[in-house]
Design a binder for this molecule. Structure first.
Ligand SMILES: [Mn+2]
Length: 707
């Protein structure tokens, strides 16, 4: 998709700016699978889109009949939810509506405790449900695979309705009266991407219609459903796109008072968008469940009393602070563990455990570790059954398949390719860990950032205008299946740069090929300042944002990644090719010299170079351990150590240092590798005893190294 986009963009270079922008923009729509004009128009105007009829669910009519009868008979109804953001908002949607209908029915809810009960129904929660003697239980965001528990409830004379959006394992085993789940093959519903809160919202729509209760405003329910949808990472396409876009447009006015006050407290002037739901509201609501005290979160969503809401807000903020502190503590302890590990135990997967860690936090810690180390991670904490782990993947690594292969060591596990939960007995942990290390070694992740980089949209400089930035906002709200587009701009000249935010970020002024100046920000870009200097050319991967500041909108470029543009020196430009030929020719340089007319001097290695590389590795050991681009490192060395060096020479020196046991090293992909100083070897060979030295010396490439 991107390749054809880039081809079209090259054609666009021949036409006027407005035509080029047109081609570019429709390319972005096509990349979203939107080809014909109607589909594109619908996508660009989600606010006038229509919801699907909720009665398309085969079970919807019967569900409404059962609930309506229960309401009329003033029965006791319990909504059984979940402790995460989706489950909480789903619970709130139904409880609020059923109470609002005000038939005298006793409407209550129950949410399992994340730390004590875990997700869904189990013996314990079923017993306390039965003890409450309800007439009707409606599950939200859970229940689809709890066959035994549902059967027990039904045998106890309790009517059960399941609403859920998780993948069903065995439809026939289900004994509930009705099931609303868009994932069921015979659900009858045209869109499978609803969240738990989305399904609850469809039920709310249907009930209001069924009861002929038009005066009930479903806007608060819509906003709750949107928060649940985004927080649960559901695809923002089809009905979800309409739902989220609508909710964003009315949120500050029509969301329930609790949500509105929460948003105000977080940031009174923040732009309400999908990322506000996922990064600001979601984590705060989730903090309650993680810390084992769901009350303030659900009260916040259910209440319309300002005082009660204020109290819940304060408690929720406290829980969120506690969560953050605990997260930081576990995260730094995890890093300390990882730093001490030998490279082999962390280069393809990281598995760490501490019985003292908190099971409510390990999921976030795993995610942060994935971000830092770019490998799949499982973080384990102590639990009743031994160790409970949370797995987060990266690239194409399939966690479910990985854990499947180690199932003999587990008590239980579940989840999907990207994220999974695992429980193992403490005695089985070492075997489980070793199995997973072996598995990851045999099935390494294929995706690398650098390869990704090549598959982004390459944007001609003249299209980068405020108009274009503004137009891109039509693609919002961004989220799953509708990611914010990132663009590559090639050969930008660094006119000026300075560090901001206590040296953590870099603010750049860049000159475009048409001579205009634009500014960009690179967050957490400490290494950028060592890699580039004023007047350097750079290729940047960036987001084009249209941002409001003091009631004024402007274009803001956010740098996501950078690379050195191709130069005309082959050793620098295509070090991977040089390397390839060198290896194919049995590590002889004759062919290279002949084929490309290169100068032999460029391949000669001196003592000074070896010493400089060694010093540099010692100084920046921890950084290099996380991976680096060989070409970039060669350039840094050349500049900082004031030294002639290139990627070829650097690679040879690294080989020698590996062969004498000074470093361990592995290749991430053709341009990137990781190295680690090997502090444990005390029987080091001398450089001259290495295979690499002997080979290069035989070709008269080793200079002034004393024998
Ligand atoms: Mn959910």
């Amino acid at each position: 998709m991107t390749q054809s986009f880039n081809r079209r963009i090259q054609e666009a270079a021949e036409v006027s700016i407005s035509e080029a922008e047109e081609i570019c923009f429709s390319g972005l729509l096509e990349a979203r699978g939107l080809y014909d004009d109607n589909a594109q128009a619908e996508f660009l105007d989600p606010l006038s889109g229509d919801f699907f009829d909720p009665f398309l669910f085969n079970d919807m009519l019967l569900t409404c009949e059962i609930i309506s009868e229960s309401l009329l008979k003033q029965e006791k109804i319990i909504v059984y939810g979940d402790y995460d953001c989706d489950g909480l908002t789903a619970t709130a949607i139904l409880v609020r509506l059923l109470r609002k209908l005000n038939t005298g029915a006793d409407v209550d809810y129950m949410i399992p405790d994340r730390l004590r009960d875990g997700y869904g129904l189990n013996d314990k929660t079923v017993n306390s449900l039965i003890a409450g003697q309800p007439d009707l239980v409606i599950t939200v965001d859970c229940g689809i695979n709890d066959h035994q528990e549902i059967a027990t409830l039904m045998q106890a004379g309790i009517k059960v309705i399941i609403t859920d959006h998780h993948q069903p394992d065995d439809v026939k085993a289900n004994q509930a009266l009705t099931v609303l789940n868009p994932q069921l093959a015979d659900a009858g519903y045209p869109f499978t991407g609803l969240s738990g809160a989305g399904v609850a919202f469809k039920l709310a729509q249907a009930l209001v219609q069924y009861l002929g209760n038009d005066q009930i405003d479903l806007s608060p329910a819509l906003c709750l459903a949107a928060v649940g949808t985004v927080a649960d990472s559901m695809p923002l396409e089809s009905e979800n796109r309409i739902l989220v876009a609508l909710a964003i447009s009315i949120f500050r006015q029509k969301a329930s008072l609790g949500l509105r006050l929460l948003a105000e407290k977080i940031n009174n002037s923040a732009k309400i968008d999908a990322s506000f739901f996922s990064f600001s509201i979601g984590p705060r609501l989730n903090a309650a469940g993680r810390m084992g005290n769901i009350t303030p979160a659900i009260n916040l969503l259910l209440s319309d009393e300002p005082e009660e809401i204020e109290k819940s807000l304060t408690e929720l903020e406290e829980l969120n602070e506690q969560r953050k502190e605990l997260e930081q503590k576990i995260f730094s302890e995890a890093i300390m563990q990882i730093e001490k590990m030998p490279l082999a135990e962390k280069q393809h997967i990281i598995i760490i455990a501490d019985e003292k860690w908190h099971t409510g936090i390990i999921g976030i810690v795993s995610s942060r570790l994935v971000e830092r180390y770019s490998v799949p991670v499982i973080t384990f904490a102590g639990s009743e059954e031994g160790l409970q782990g949370s797995a987060r993947s990266v690239g194409d690594f399939d966690f479910l398949a990985a854990i499947d292969s180690a199932s003999e060591y587990t008590v239980s596990y579940g989840g999907h390719i990207q994220a999974a939960g695992i429980t193992v007995e403490t005695e089985q942990y070492p075997a489980f860990r070793q199995h997973m290390l072996d598995y990851a070694l045999a099935n390494p992740i294929k995706k690398s950032d650098i390869e990704e980089f090549q598959y982004q949209y390459i944007l001609p400089h003249n299209i980068l205008t405020e108009d274009f930035a503004k137009r891109l906002t039509l693609l919002e709200p961004y989220g799953q299946k509708n990611e914010k587009p990132s663009f590559v701009l090639e050969n930008l000249k660094i006119e000026q740069w300075r560090t901001v935010g206590q040296g953590k970020h870099v603010s750049l002024t860049l000159r475009l090929q048409d001579n205009r100046l634009v500014s960009a920000i690179a967050f957490n870009a400490q290494s950028f300042s060592r890699l580039f200097r004023q007047n350097d050319l750079v290729n940047l991967l960036l987001n084009i944002n249209w941002q409001e500041w003091n009631n004024r909108f402007s274009m803001q470029l956010q740098v996501l990644d950078w690379a050195v543009p191709a130069s005309n020196n082959l050793i620098w430009q295509d070090s991977a090719r040089i390397e390839n030929i060198f290896q194919l020719d049995n590590q002889q340089i004759d062919n290279l010299l002949k084929m490309y007319g290169l100068d032999k001097k460029q391949f000669e290695i001196s003592n000074e170079q070896i010493i400089a590389v060694t010093k540099y590795i010692q100084q920046y050991a921890s950084e290099l351990e996380n991976g680096f681009n060989t070409t970039l490192l060669a350039r840094v060395l050349a500049r900082e150590m004031k030294l002639f060096i290139n990627p070829f020479i650097l690679t040879r020196i690294l080989s020698m240092l590996k062969e004498i046991g000074f470093i361990e090293s592995d290749q991430i992909d053709k341009n990137n590798r990781r190295i680690r100083i090997n502090y444990h070897t005390n029987t080091r060979k001398s450089i001259q005893d290495t295979k690499t030295w002997r080979n290069l010396n035989a070709q008269e490439l080793m200079l002034n190294v004393k024998r």
